[in-house]
Ligand binder design. Structure first.
Ligand code: FAD
Length: 327
């Protein structure tokens, strides 16, 4: 039967769920607390372009993920990133990443979620605070205290800590309790985008160093379709360093990551502009991955990367599996 469904969150999981449910004929509304869609597939405007400060690239090990993107985002929205990927092993030698196709949004990561969002009805800048029972349905209430309609089913795609908050405020304590472990195992990440007019001399485009400070370093300008003058590099701190500096000033964080990057590469180029972004919920280290969660009695489902591998492809996988289960 045709149902009205609310999807909370317009990251890849939320948009995927909304598109697939819409295709089945259901009436779907997506609610997003931020100004635009995308969630952690995020790009920040910097200089005259943008830098991907969240997800760096994604895989499509499941061919159906690629077909989904081609059909709904269009083949213009993403391209393979044929970069030189290196990681530093325990003996500090640099090794190539395993061969695999790695994709990025073009001209920025958010191009994908922007294109997907055109197929669904997204209400942005509304943070859902709680679900209230209304007969057999759920009324959605935002943090401004406004009602946003009644729905037969609700799908929550927020990261575990935010999902748990929402469930507790909705008296869905059983489901909230199941989120203890995933909430405990969220890894934060400080991200810095740094602009170099004089490109640093580095013989790789993307690196995972053996470092206590830096988890990941990439030349964002080496991604296809970027049209930067000079180079924008994106630096991600390790979860440990981020936890220890979670309340540090952005300027302090930028200096620390840029300094470590210089030490790592021996390059003496200095950036002329930096932008820092703090992710409190970047990735999930939760090892149990049920794929999705559905509470049939209450008509409340959970989907998101943290339920299926903690990556972009997992977010899609999770939403796809949840929709297949509830149809
Ligand atoms: P999200 O993208 O987090 O979407 C959830 C959405 O819900 C958000 O838009 C949020 O604003 C919204 N929301 C939350 N609460 C509410 C509420 N109460 N009301 C309304 N809206 C709400 N993955 C890879 O595959 N490769 C990588 O290289 C990679 N690198 C990463 C680097 C960083 C720094 C980060 C942060 C992530 C990285 N990831 C990477 C992970 C990838 O970004 C995520 O797996 C994926 O984007 C998650 O999608 P999602 O839809 O599950 O969640």
């Amino acid at each position: 039967s045709i149902r009205s469904v609310a999807v909370i969150g317009s990251g890849l999981a939320g948009l995927t769920a909304a598109i697939l449910l819409g295709q089945l004929g259901h009436s779907v509304t997506v609610f997003e607390k931020s100004r635009g869609p995308g969630g952690r597939m995020a790009s920040k405007r910097v200089g005259s372009g943008s830098a991907d400060v969240g997800a760096q690239y994604f895989t499509a090990r499941n061919r159906e993920f690629l077909s989904f993107l081609q059909r709904w985002a269009g083949s213009d929205a993403f391209l393979e990133w044929p970069a030189r990927f290196r990681f530093q092993d325990d003996t500090l030698n640099w090794q190539p990443f395993p061969e695999e196709k790695r994709y990025v949004g073009v001209p920025r990561m958010t191009a994908i979620t922007r294109a997907l969002s055109a197929h669904v009805d997204v209400t942005a800048q509304v943070r859902i605070e709680r679900l209230e029972r209304s007969g057999n349905q759920w009324q959605l209430v935002c943090t401004e205290g406004l009602n946003h309609g009644v729905f037969d089913q609700v799908i929550i795609t927020a990261p575990p800590a935010q999902a748990q908050e929402l469930l507790l405020a909705s008296q869905l304590d059983g489901l909230a309790e199941e989120l203890e472990k995933p909430v405990d195992q969220i890894l934060p990440c400080w991200a810095v985008a740094a602009h170099y007019s004089e490109p640093p001399e580095v013989d790789a485009d993307a690196m995972r160093p053996h470092s206590e400070v830096l988890y990941w370093v990439a030349n964002n300008s080496s991604k296809p379709g970027r049209d930067d003058s000079g180079q924008w590099w994106v630096l991600h701190a390790t979860p440990e360093w981020t936890k220890a500096h979670v309340d540090a000033e952005p300027g302090y964080v930028s200096n620390a990551l840029v300094g470590e990057f210089a030490a790592l590469t021996g390059a003496d180029a200095r950036p002329d502009e930096t932008v820092a972004h703090r992710w409190l919920y970047a990735r999930s280290a939760w090892s149990s991955q049920p794929g999705y969660r559905y509470d049939a009695e209450n008509g409340v489902g959970l989907a998101g990367d943290w339920l299926a591998g903690g990556r972009v492809e997992g977010a899609w996988e999770s939403a796809t599996r949840l929709v297949a289960a509830i149809r």
